[in-house]
Write a protein of this length. Structure first.
Length: 134
């Protein structure tokens, strides 16, 4: 078993492909066949797997979740701004962890699959993902 933390730089609000950063952490683990578990240590961002080729998918994802969660007049938890509660809701909807098979020392994703960081804050900080490979 091997565990490391990937620290991502601040990203703008939206969905961002981070597959390469995670795959490098998996390769460094030395595990050739197994499971990679990813855990995002934040409550206002998310992880998911989706289309890795067409960037319009990421734009549509952002538009959908903005439509669903942003600008609701009944939010009470707005201590850090108008994007505070919507960010938490999006994080809960999409999740903060993933489990991906590892084959030949790499993430065994489908041809068109990539790992997304969903950044749900207007002004984010760096994000940390604990990568456990076993």
């Amino acid at each position: 078993m091997h565990q490391s933390t990937v620290t991502l730089p601040p990203y703008p609000r939206g969905f961002h492909l981070i597959t390469d950063q995670i795959d490098k952490a998996v390769a460094r683990s030395g595990v050739t066949t197994g499971i990679a578990h990813l855990f995002l240590k934040h409550t206002s961002a998310s992880l998911c797997i989706n289309e890795n080729a067409d960037p319009s998918v990421r734009k549509d994802m952002e538009r959908f979740f903005t439509d669903v969660a942003d600008g609701k007049p009944y939010y009470v938890h707005t201590y850090e701004g108008d994007d505070d509660m919507p960010a938490h809701i999006k994080s809960v909807m999409l999740g903060i962890s993933l489990t991906v098979p590892v084959t030949n020392g790499r993430l065994d994703l489908g041809t068109w699959q990539g790992i997304y960081l969903g950044e749900h804050r207007d002004r984010s900080s760096s994000r940390k993902i604990v990568v456990t490979v076993y």
